[in-house]
Design a protein around this ligand. Structure first.
Ligand code: GRF
Length: 192
């Protein structure tokens, strides 16, 4: 299968996915990395790995539909089968949802339904949660509400601050997310 990664930031998850795809252990190819941020570190990292990277600034379009239409044209040009969100800080709208039903997944740094939305790590620390975690889930029209594919607990240590907890959560994500993508490739390719 042919995948597109969507990332808005540094893209450490994107990087791991690209490395595994190139090593042949993901069971899919990464055709393109798409960002909504012109300066996203993920764009440069992807290019360095020889992956095409495209930025679309939502501000340059009349509305979300027009923005997603442009993104969709690019995805179709690259014959992309599924979308892998990795730190993409924007809700997926009806245009992309309709084009990729049950073919868009995300990783979120909490045990959903706990701490959805922005700064899940900060939310967990503020709530004095004993456990944080990672959730890989399908995307639907809501904010971090789609069906859950896999979860992993990450213990919150007494000395944890935002940086240390984020680092441990990301380490867990870097193993769980590619493993989920790999497993889904078998499931999805059967129903193609
Ligand atoms: C990850 O923690 C992911 O769960 C969340 O955004 C973060 C992106 O990190 N959706 P990175 O850009 O992949 O390092």
């Amino acid at each position: 299968m042919k995948l597109a990664i969507f990332a808005s930031g540094q893209g450490s998850n994107a990087q791991v996915l690209i490395e595994q795809a190139q090593a042949g252990t993901l069971g899919a190819t990464i055709e393109i990395l798409i960002s909504d941020q012109l300066q996203a570190g993920a764009l440069a990292n992807a290019q360095q790995a020889g992956i095409e990277a495209r930025a679309f600034s939502p501000k340059a379009f009349a509305d979300k539909h027009a923005y997603e239409q442009a993104v969709l044209a690019c995805l179709r040009e690259h014959q992309v089968d599924a979308l892998i969100l990795a730190g993409y800080m924007r809700l997926i709208g009806p245009t992309l949802l309709a084009a990729y039903p049950e073919r868009i997944i995300n990783t979120h740094p909490s045990l959903l339904p706990a701490f959805p939305g922005k700064d899940a790590v900060g939310q967990a620390l503020a709530a004095h949660a004993t456990h944080a975690g990672v959730t890989v889930h399908y995307i639907d029209a809501g904010m971090d509400t789609g069906p859950i594919i896999a979860q992993q607990r990450v213990k919150v240590m007494p000395h944890d601050d935002h940086d240390t907890l984020t680092a441990r959560i990301k380490a867990a994500e870097h193993a769980l997310y590619p493993a989920c993508v790999h497993d889904l490739m078998t499931v999805w390719s059967r129903s193609q």
